[in-house]
Design a protein around this ligand. Structure first.
Ligand code: FMN
Length: 206
């Protein structure tokens, strides 16, 4: 048996969700998963991206990360998604990507795969819970299995306590944030491993 396969997908205008995704990659690999890091494609016109220094800088940082494909999703046993919040919901780029998954939905290709999600917002109560729940609603249409963190680790009583998924404000991850993302990613790997009967070869087991 092999280790579970996890695809970590993010959209990020300014870098926050890229940082969350990177932390999830490290934790998922440490938990014994095979991991692919993928970005959701930008939908804003290139001249709009170039007109904002922070947006352009993030586009440059993420440039070499492959855009998520259907194969990245069918390959995976579990999917970790990180998105900004926009007006109380997920970013339109994330929504637009989900809306390209119709052919996979039609074939049932995402059914029984696990999913977990995180979100950022300018304000701690600016709508991350809604963004994550909207994302989960779509994954329910796919027949996916939601692996929310709930309060399954003490870190959830330190990180603001969103049981649907880690939530953060813009900028680099705090130490608590890093632990919370690690918990959520590790939980995804461990639950997924049970579902697919995979062996965990934890990086820290040696
Ligand atoms: C059009 C737009 C709408 C936004 N709506 C919200 C919102 O409803 N609540 C909030 O707290 N932040 C809101 N924000 C701030 C974003 O959530 C924030 O820039 C994002 O989480 C940063 O993530 P990133 O660095 O990965 O791009 C909005 C930003 C934009 C551009």
């Amino acid at each position: 048996m092999t280790s579970p396969k996890i695809t970590i997908v993010f959209y990020s205008t300014y870098g926050t969700n890229h940082g969350v995704a990177q932390a999830a990659v490290e934790a998922a690999e440490a938990a014994g998963a095979q991991v692919r890091l993928r970005r959701i494609p930008e939908t804003a016109p290139a001249q709009v991206v170039a007109s904002q220094e922070g947006w352009k800088a993030q586009a440059d940082r993420a440039h070499d990360i492959p855009v998520v494909s259907h194969d990245d999703l069918t390959w995976a046993d579990g999917i970790f998604v990180s998105s900004p919040t926009r007006f109380g919901g997920m970013a339109s780029q994330t929504r637009a990507w989900l809306d390209t998954l119709g052919p996979l939905w039609q074939k049932g290709a995402l059914a029984n795969k696990t999913v977990t999600a995180t979100a950022s917002a300018q304000n701690p109560n600016g709508g991350t819970e809604g963004a994550i729940q909207q994302l989960y609603v779509t994954t329910m249409h796919m027949g996916m299995i939601i692996v929310a963190p709930g309060y399954t680790d003490a870190v959830k009583f330190e990180d603001g306590g969103n049981p649907y998924g880690f939530s953060t404000t813009p900028g680099a991850l705090s130490e608590v944030g890093r632990r919370s993302v690690a918990h959520q990613a590790t939980r995804l790997v461990e639950v997924t491993a049970r579902l697919v009967g995979a062996d965990l070869a934890r990086a820290d087991a040696a």
